[in-house]
Design a protein around this ligand. Structure first.
Ligand code: NIG
Length: 417
């Protein structure tokens, strides 16, 4: 057992099983000052005020207890990053220079760069090479406090290479202590060999890829980049219907480049989340209200691509929940630091720290379907949490952007860092 004692503040200490927080509720961040946290095996056993902790309470377990003194430090649930496609080969800093010189994401893609550039590199890489580089990225994000991550395919764009990516994700799932969900995103772009034949590529995804992915049980989710210049709402519907038939829940890349109809199609098919959503207007907000779909913002991508920021404030004030994810990928966000995402949520999206912390813990846990297990410090949940360096307030976490405030990370009740 592990007893973390003298915790200055135990953050997101939610006694009940809550699925997500929406609207004004996003300001609610239950915390316990001068707290303890008791971990048994891989689960949270109990938590409370230090004054409620007694020798007698521990005796009943009759187990060796490792004591961790967290005086001056805070404990947070580990971040859940519900969108970070970290399986890729090589980097794309050449395009970064094009971007600095003024080319847009779409213009770079139209010149054959962008996603297709990563596809060429991924097809040339072996499964082992992809595993090794993704493993390094997993270790890196964990060092910033991430304990769960959703990883996509989408740089293979043919049956062989999409399956290769998903098998790499499966190996990561098997070996890593992080909780990992796999998302099948062959509809990320039309591959070079299908340019001008987009419907035939959609047919290939539907008739060949989805049945094979399902047969090997390689994915939890099915995704489509439903946006201007990529896939249409009609393509998206066809792919989602087939994915659902094969037991895959939808998650959508939507409205990053325009009012694409992607949010509406995601909601129609009960997507777990709609991600990016820079172009969210009154119609999209009305459509999202009261549904099961988590609006998910990717601040790192909007920052890196210099795009408009999603109207998070307006969405929360309309009563919606908002999640934030890292989007670590070679094209739109070559960073997976969830502490930076937290800072961006406050400074660029106008969230107060409590809202932003909910967006990267409980709400992002929901966005990847792990809210019953992760995202809050709740008895019975998996013991994924980090201990901060000594910090003054919870506000210091988003305020002091750029530095790593995480001192140690515990995953499934075991110290990782
Ligand atoms: O989620 N927007 C689409 N897909 C990825 C980026 C892909 C890339 O440019 O490599 C994203 O940001």
């Amino acid at each position: 057992m592990i007893l973390v004692k003298n915790i200055k503040k135990l953050v997101q200490a939610e006694p009940a099983q809550v699925r997500f927080r929406a609207g004004a509720e996003m300001q609610n961040l239950p915390c316990i000052d001068n707290a303890y946290l008791l971990v048994k095996g891989d689960k949270i056993e109990s938590s409370g005020k230090m004054t409620a902790l007694s020798e007698k309470m521990l005796e009943k377990y009759n187990e060796k207890v490792e004591i961790v003194d967290a005086a001056g430090k805070m404990v947070f649930p580990a971040f859940c990053d519900s969108h970070s496609p970290i399986v890729y080969a090589g980097s794309r800093e050449i395009e970064y220079i094009d971007k600095i010189k003024g080319l847009s994401y779409e213009e770079i893609a139209k010149r054959g760069g962008g996603i297709l550039n990563s596809v060429d590199r991924l097809r040339a890489a072996s499964e082992d090479e992809l595993f090794d580089s993704a493993w390094q990225r997993l270790e890196e994000v964990a060092s910033f406090g991430t304990g769960a991550i959703e990883i996509k395919s989408g740089y293979g764009l043919d049956t062989e290479n999409e399956l290769k990516m998903l098998r790499v994700i499966r190996r990561l799932k098997e070996k890593s202590a992080l909780t990992i969900k796999a998302n099948f995103l062959a509809a990320h772009a039309v591959p070079r060999e299908y340019i001008g034949r987009q419907t035939e590529y959609v047919d290939l995804i539907i008739n060949e890829m989805i049945p094979m992915v399902a047969a090997e049980e390689l994915a939890d989710y099915v995704d489509v980049f439903c946006d201007r210049g990529f896939f249409t709402p009609e393509d998206t519907e066809r792919i989602l219907m087939q994915g659902i038939k094969y037991g895959l829940q939808p998650k959508i890349h939507a409205n990053e480049l325009d009012f694409s109809g992607g949010i509406q199609v995601g909601v129609k098919y009960n997507a777990r989340s709609v991600d990016h959503i820079e172009y969210t207007g009154d119609d999209e907000i009305a459509c999202l209200l009261g549904c099961v779909t988590m609006p998910t913002i990717l601040p790192g991508a909007a920052f890196f691509l210099g795009m408009v920021y999603a109207p998070a404030r307006k969405m929360i004030e309309a009563g919606l929940p908002v999640a934030m994810a890292g989007d670590y990928n070679p094209g739109s966000c070559p960073s997976g630091n969830m502490q930076f995402v937290l800072s961006m949520g406050c400074i660029k999206y106008g969230m107060i720290p409590e809202e932003a912390i909910n967006a990267v813990t409980l709400n992002s846990a929901y966005a990847m379907g792990v809210e019953d297990e992760l995202g809050t410090i709740t008895v019975g949940k998996t013991a994924n949490f980090f201990i901060t360096k000594p910090i003054s307030t919870i506000e210091f976490m988003p305020y002091a952007y750029g530095s790593n405030k995480v001192e140690s990370l515990y995953l499934r009740g075991v110290k990782k860092y």
